[in-house]
Design a protein around this ligand. Structure first.
Ligand code: FPP
Length: 249
């Protein structure tokens, strides 16, 4: 656990994690500390997505996955859900020229059909408008849940077996990975590093399959206060770890 008060560490440029996933937590507490409504925290959180996207792209991260809305977040009051659903519209509306200038390719994963039309259209337009970009993939998890993803993948695989196009004995890890919502990320699908902000230390139904061998870093910093220096410190922790993937070195 660390904050950006510590000295910014030097990173090994050869070992920047290719895929970083972030559970952006603590917007509500950030607002509460300032006697502001919760949505003010989400607005500041969205502003910070811009800052961290640019910093990550410039550090050489190849894919940045951000948990923006979970399948469980529908349980929040309607007013907060409506505000969260308006954020992608604002974000892509304002930030698109900069994303294109940064050569960032936007991906959005989740059950997009269940989103309000304006949110879904903003997500689809962002993907289409950046489809030819060759730089960092900015992958939003929007109406995403890890169990939901595994349920949908299981159904699709079962349908292929039933249709006679897939032999159950031939189902491999790659078969499953190909049916997950991270499949468009190709070899980058599994995060090297998961960061969760705000001091909570749990996975909350995020990337259940893909996190199997990810390094995890938890910071007490609330998402709106998460700076490029805190990201750098998290990557320094990652670089200090010994990744064995179940083997021995
Ligand atoms: C968790 O904080 C945060 C969320 C549920 C929403 C995260 C969304 C953003 C940071 C903005 C997304 C931006 C785009 C462009 C889609 P919380 O509300 O649970 O905070 P708390 O635990 O302090 O109450």
């Amino acid at each position: 656990m660390f904050t950006d008060k510590e000295v910014t560490p030097q990173l090994d440029p050869a070992r920047i994690p290719a895929h970083v996933a972030i559970i952006m937590d603590g917007n509500g507490r950030w607002a509460k500390k300032r006697f502001l409504p919760r949505i003010a925290g989400h607005k500041q959180g969205m502003e910070n997505v811009k800052t961290i996207t640019k910093a990550a792209s410039r550090m050489g991260i190849k894919a940045l996955t951000l948990y923006a809305f979970s399948t469980e977040n529908w349980k929040r009051p309607d007013s907060e859900v409506n505000y969260l659903m308006s954020l992608p519209v604002d974000f892509f509306g304002v930030f698109m020229p900069e994303l294109i200038a940064e050569n960032v390719r936007v991906q959005v994963m989740g059950e997009l059909e269940a989103l309000p039309a304006k949110t879904r259209q903003a997500a689809q337009a962002a993907m289409a408008d950046t489809a030819k970009n060759t730089g960092m993939i900015l992958n939003f998890a929007l109406n995403y849940g890890g169990r939901d993803e595994l349920r949908l993948a299981t159904q699709a695989i079962a349908r292929a077996v039933q249709a006679g196009t897939l032999d159950p004995a031939a189902i491999s890890d790659d078969t499953i990975a190909a049916h997950l919502m991270t499949a468009p990320l190709g070899p980058l699908a599994d995060p090297d590093l998961l960061i969760r902000t705000s001091g909570e230390e749990r996975i909350s139904n995020f990337l259940l399959w893909q996190l199997a061998y990810s390094e995890m870093v938890f910071t007490p910093v609330l998402w709106p206060d998460f700076t490029p220096a805190v990201l750098t410190a998290a990557i320094a922790q990652y670089q200090s770890r010994d990744r064995r993937f179940g083997g021995l070195h």
